[in-house]
Structures are given as structure tokens and as C-alpha cells.
Design a protein around this ligand. Structure first.
Ligand SMILES: [Zn+2]
Length: 287
């Protein structure tokens, strides 16, 4: 039985075909059509057909941005907004003529890192995405824990500051509005008037304003993950997404988390991902 995984991202769609030993047979990536649901469906279908040419027996897993409503089957809370309210799973099954499994990017990331990445030695793994959005997924003994309504792990929309920043989800003060890439860039803009990407901000974190920006980031990161540890007490936390390359998250960031956990014994490993950009597509193939 072969495993075919598709990662539908904001900028690229990637597909991969693995054999039964999880060795890669083929992989291919194309740009994501912007703001056009029909074109996204067509692109995924073409990619699946191309990559599975001459192969009969395979499962298909898809990694999507956003959560899938257990009640309606529709995509909700996606930052690729043309997917919101669409029945992506059903529409793709119709186009492909096959049953598929579908999970959000954070769940796929957590699966991939728990099964073949940074957290293979741990039973209860909390996978964190810190990038354009903030998400999370829980894997227990190499199986996804989805929860009663499919929203477990969604720490990005925990309220961090009750009268804080407005979030696209309709609430105020969500974790995502403070420690996602765009939120951190906005905060830099508020402090300095400059529009800079995270990688252009990082060289300035030793300046006075840079220190302020970094401290706020560390405080918000600390409270966000300390709340997760208080409730879940995972064996390991793995960080993925664009911001996972920021080294101070694993030193001062970890310290900030530990200082806020309700316990005198905190030693949760906070690990950098090993699979990088490929976690989504590998996780999808393991659904
Ligand atoms: Zn929110």
C-alpha cells in the first residue's frame, strides 16, 4: 500500500508518494492559485493524478490550512480565506473518485514530527506552528488526538489579552494576533514606523526598541505555551513554521515558558522541527 500526501499551503501545493517503508518515490510542488477555490481543486486533482500515474493501491491524505468542522464538514478558521465554508474534502473526493483523509496543517505537522521527525522518542507530542498563523496538534502514541469537535490543539486562538488585538476569527486578543509572523511585524511597525519582515527585524533586537519587541514576544510566547503545558503536560513540544528558525525561542523562550508553568518541576523539551517545510506533506501521507 503506497501513501500519497498533499500539502495545500498558502503559496505552494506539494504532493509526495511514499512506499510502505515510508521511502519517497516521487514528490512535486506547484504554486497555489490565489483566491480561486475552483483552481485550487483543479490543481490538486492534476497533481494527484500525475504523481500516482501507474500506481493502483494507495491512500490519499491532504493537509489543509484551517480546521474542518465536524458538524458540517466545511473548512473553518482558515487563513487561506477562499477555502472558508467550502466542502474541500467532499469536492476533492468527487473529483478524484477516491476516499481521502484530510487534516489541518498543524495536525499534519505534529504527526510527521512525532513519527519521523524531532519527537520520535516521545509519547505525547504537542506540535506547534508559528508562522503566518499560529496552530497546534496533539499526537498521543503516534495517533492524532482530534477531540470531540476536531479543535484540540488550537492554542492560536486562546485569549491572551482580553481587550487586545482584533483577530479574523471574531475574537480579541488571540495568541495568533501576538506571536504570528504578521502580528510581530505589525508590532515592529507600531514601535518604529518601519515595515520590515521578521528576518530584517532580528538583526536589531539588541537596540532599545528591539529589546522591547523581543521581550513582549517572549512574554506572549511564554504565557501561550505555559497554558498549554498546564493543561496537557506533553512529553515534548516541537516548533515548526517560519518562526521556528528563531534561535532564542529555544533558550530565552523556553525559560519564559517554564517561569509561567504551574509547577516547581518543568523540563518539557521544546524542540526545533527536523522536517522543515516537508512536515505537512509527510504528515498528510500518514493520515
Ligand atoms: Zn482568533
Amino acid at each position: 500500500m503506497y501513501k500519497l500526501g498533499v500539502d495545500l499551503g498558502g503559496t505552494k501545493i506539494e504532493a509526495i508518494l511514499l512506499d510502505e517503508n515510508l521511502d519517497v518515490i516521487t514528490r512535486k510542488r506547484i504554486p497555489t492559485p490565489q483566491n480561486d477555490y475552483q483552481q485550487i481543486l483543479d490543481s490538486i486533482t492534476t497533481l494527484v493524478l500525475e504523481i500516482s500515474e501507474n500506481i493502483k493501491n494507495y491512500s490519499i491524505g491532504i493537509c489543509t490550512p484551517g480546521a474542518i468542522s465536524k458538524q458540517t464538514g466545511l473548512i473553518k478558521n482558515s487563513n487561506t480565506q477562499c477555502l472558508i465554508g467550502k466542502s474541500l474534502k467532499e469536492d476533492l473526493e468527487y473529483k478524484l473518485g477516491e476516499k481521502i483523509s484530510m487534516e489541518n496543517d498543524a495536525n499534519c505537522f505534529a504527526m510527521a514530527e512525532a513519527i519521523m521527525g524531532a519527537a520520535t522518542d516521545f509519547d505525547l507530542v504537542f506540535g506547534v506552528i508559528l508562522g503566518t498563523g499560529v496552530g497546534g496538534g496533539i499526537v498521543i502514541n503516534k495517533k492524532l488526538h482530534l477531540g470531540r469537535t476536531n479543535i484540540s490543539g488550537e492554542w492560536g486562538h486562546h485569549t491572551l489579552h482580553r481587550n487586545g488585538n482584533r483577530c479574523y476569527c471574531g475574537k480579541y486578543g488571540c495568541v495568533e494576533t501576538y506571536i504570528s509572523g504578521p502580528a510581530l511585524e505589525n508590532q515592529w511597525n507600531k514601535l518604529t514606523g518601519e515595515s520590515k519582515s521578521i528576518s530584517k527585524i532580528l538583526p536589531y533586537i539588541d537596540s532599545d526598541i528591539g529589546k522591547q519587541w523581543k521581550n513582549e514576544f517572549l512574554e506572549n510566547f511564554g504565557y501561550g505555551l505555559a497554558n498549554v503545558i498546564d493543561i496537557l503536560d506533553p512529553d515534548a513540544i516541537v516548533i515548526g513554521g517560519g518562526l521556528s528558525n528563531i534561535d532564542f525561542l529555544y533558550t530565552e523562550g523556553k525559560e519564559s515558558v517554564f517561569n509561567k508553568v504551574f509547577s516547581d518541576l518543568v523540563d518539557t523539551p521544546i524542540l526545533k522541527n527536523q522536517l522543515g517545510d516537508s512536515a505537512g506533506v509527510f504528515g498528510a501521507s500518514m493520515l
